[in-house]
Design a protein around this ligand. Structure first.
Ligand SMILES: [Zn+2]
Length: 342
């Protein structure tokens, strides 16, 4: 596993709608391996690796991971030079104070979300609308460098906590991006037309996947996204996965019921290949858009469990990433076994 690539993928900023820099990195990785790489008008990057055997139309398989991360945009600069912001995606208000951020203005500006020391135990958590970013510069200078709409990302970079566990601000879903690219590199040839889709704007309501799914018209599809997992402050019965126990296979989420025949196939494939897996009930992913595009795609979601999604301290286990990569690669090899469903 190329942890240096993981660091580059995680550390490159890209909130929903502003994914350009990280998509360039993804496209570069694809160019070395795919027969074709294109970027659609919305910003999705689509790599195609053609089937190794020519003949009748090969089955089209799409693997999709969303590359956007949650963050904010600049809403204004107040009289003292502090920056107000508008949330992009599902930020939890209780995670925001004292975070270090980068404001991507005319030049990147480091700053902090100022802690409010007036708060007392038992007070309501302040709305993000009332929080202020301090970049340590006078108002006039801030106004020269920053304008309404500039994207803001959290500054936290990848950290390896120990031999097996890594931490990052955007593992939802850069772990998915990374696992997709690693699987793409491991599969020398596949009996299907394999589409690798790095989607945009998932965190603001699955807005990127629909155009990519329409263009590709996949027969089979897997979204790759974080699986919900037992963690501190999580009620143990509310989630079904454990960190370090394998790739999560979604049976259902808020937007999709995973095709049960596909779910069964994936579980059996894991058993055959000796890949540790666990069944998951998830939040809501790009699989929903694949499933409902055109005449439909047989789809679900898989992915490594990620603790503390939508915070700056998301945790993931390297063994779970390895299991995810192995399942993706095995799926590309064995997908024709599902031909009778099409
Ligand atoms: Zn996600």
């Amino acid at each position: 596993m190329d942890l240096e690539l993981l660091a580059r993928i995680v550390n490159t900023p890209g909130i929903s709608g502003f994914e350009g820099a990280v998509q360039e990195l993804v496209a570069q990785e694809m160019r070395g391996v795919c027969d074709e790489v294109r970027r659609d008008r919305l910003g999705n990057v689509i790599g195609l690796k053609r089937a190794c055997r020519a003949g009748d139309r090969p089955i089209r398989v799409a693997l999709a991971a969303h590359v956007d991360e949650i963050g904010a945009i600049v809403k204004g600069v107040d009289a003292d030079g502090y920056i107000r912001f508008q949330r992009v995606g599902g930020l939890y208000p209780q995670t925001l104070q004292s975070q270090m951020v980068i404001v991507h203005g005319r030049q990147p500006l480091k700053g902090v979300i100022a802690p409010d020391f007036n708060l007392r135990e038992g007070d309501k958590i302040p709305s993000p609308d009332d929080l202020l970013i301090d970049v340590g510069l006078p108002k006039e200078r801030v106004e020269e460098l920053v304008q309404l709409g500039d994207p803001i990302t959290f500054a936290q970079e990848l950290v390896q906590l120990n031999e097996k566990v890594v931490m990052g601000r955007n593992f939802d879903d850069r772990i998915g991006t990374f696992c997709m690219l690693e699987a793409m590199k491991r599969v020398a040839e596949a009996p299907v037309d394999a589409y690798f889709v790095s989607t945009v704007q998932e965190e603001v309501g699955v807005r990127g996947m629909p155009t990519a799914a329409f263009a590709i018209e996949p027969d089979l599809g897997l979204a790759i996204d974080g699986s919900l997992v037992r963690a501190a402050h999580v009620k143990p019965h509310s989630v079904t996965c454990d960190m370090g126990k394998g790739v999560g296979i979604y049976v259902m989420d808020n937007l999709t019921i995973g095709d049960p025949r596909l779910v069964r196939f994936l579980c059996e494939l894991c058993e055959r290949e000796g890949i540790p897996f666990q069944r998951n009930i998830g939040g809501g992913t790009d699989a929903s858009a694949m499933q409902r595009s055109r005449i439909g795609t047989i789809a679900t979601t898989i992915g490594a469990p990620v603790r503390y999604m939508h915070s700056t301290v998301q945790l993931c286990h390297l063994d779970d990433m390895e299991a995810t990569i192995r399942l993706l690669a095995a799926f590309l090899g064995h997908a024709p076994e599902l031909a009778s469903l099409l």
